[in-house]
Design a protein around this ligand. Sequence first.
Ligand SMILES: C[S@@+](CC[C@H](N)C(=O)[O-])C[C@H]1O[C@@H](n2cnc3c(N)ncnc32)[C@H](O)[C@@H]1O
Length: 402
Amino acid sequence: MAWQEPTRLVITCGRGCVPALSGELCALGHRPQEVSPTAVEVTGNLHEAMRLNLWLRTANRVLFEVAGFAVESPDELYAATRDLPWEEWLRGDVPFHVHGVAQHETIRDSRFALLRCKDAIADRFVEQTGARPDSSASPVGAASIALYWKDGVAQLFLDTSGVPLSHRGYRQQPWVAPLRETLAASILLETGWGQNPDEAFVGPMCGSGTLAIEAAWICQNRAPGLYREDFAFLLWNGVEADEWRQMRAAAQRQCRTAPRAWLAASDIAPEAVACARANAERAGVAHLIRFQVGDFRDAALPQPPALILMNPGYGERVGELAELYPLYEAIGTFFKTKCQELRAAVFTGSPALGRKIGLHPARRTTMWNGDIECRLLEFEIYAGTRDPRLLRKHRGESSAPQ
Ligand SMILES: C[S@@+](CC[C@H](N)C(=O)[O-])C[C@H]1O[C@@H](n2cnc3c(N)ncnc32)[C@H](O)[C@@H]1O
């Protein structure tokens, strides 16, 4: 494989995160095409795949296409997979891992298709080199291969990420119901966070601190991949780590050590604040965030412009619905009385609880937290006369009529 040849790169993300991911790709100079509710595609070579692994905040995986074929049975899948030159792409001294999804009338369980795929790769390798490579049940430390077989078409990819990009590595102490790091980044980018370098961030229900940490990384212009070492492309045959090291060093130079934004994170649970602080220390941003234990109503609020972003429990995993009504009503009162001229947003999985806030959202975005359909509700809080330019101004957008 000529790693420098442009190929099809498919980038996966959580459901509802395609707009945020597409925005990131456009900012990196690509023209993404949506291929499914959880994936977009661009064209690029290995260098570009490395850059996407380093910079994308909202992506789960960057997949490098090696083949696509019509397949109507597990035996056909085996034969077509065995025909591919795996010995050129994989190293004999590195285990390989196969993951993915297969939906076809001839199989009842995806795992059977993945097993046939794995056997085909190993058999091809033995035939060509005389040695059988180890396979691994985990992507950690392995060359990762992804299979997507649907509607009679199988696609095979080298998965350049391996361990999904949502595993940034800094969150070793989760508190109750933590958001995935990639979902937290998508929520922030949806609000327009980072467009105005003077805007402050307040996370008064911080839990394990994911939103505050991702907010800090965004305003630092810190590439999220800088924290990780384990990218699967580094284990491919013939890939030189030098190019990657240079790319990382350049990204390190682009990271702002002292961003202008004021950031705060608090939670009513002291254990949550301790987790958030420890996670922020690992992420290298604890010195940028003011941590506080306390009720959200007592959170220190900065002068505008500021974004107040909360992810309260919503009955699925934390507390029950009716018990949470007073909390959401109190959030509405807090916004109305204390957050005037600020931007306020709530990420919740319950429409009923969202309505208890008692304010009409200026913007409502659907995003999925695992299999829970959630809403990001953004509010404009006015201090008296309504100023429709406020939201746009604080998002860093032009207030001129469009
Ligand atoms: C769903 S969790 C937030 C998870 C967080 N987004 C993360 O990624 O880890 C909700 C948090 O709200 C906090 N909380 C609940 N009631 C609160 C209140 N009245 N004031 C401040 N925090 C509160 C809980 O302690 C919990 O940590």
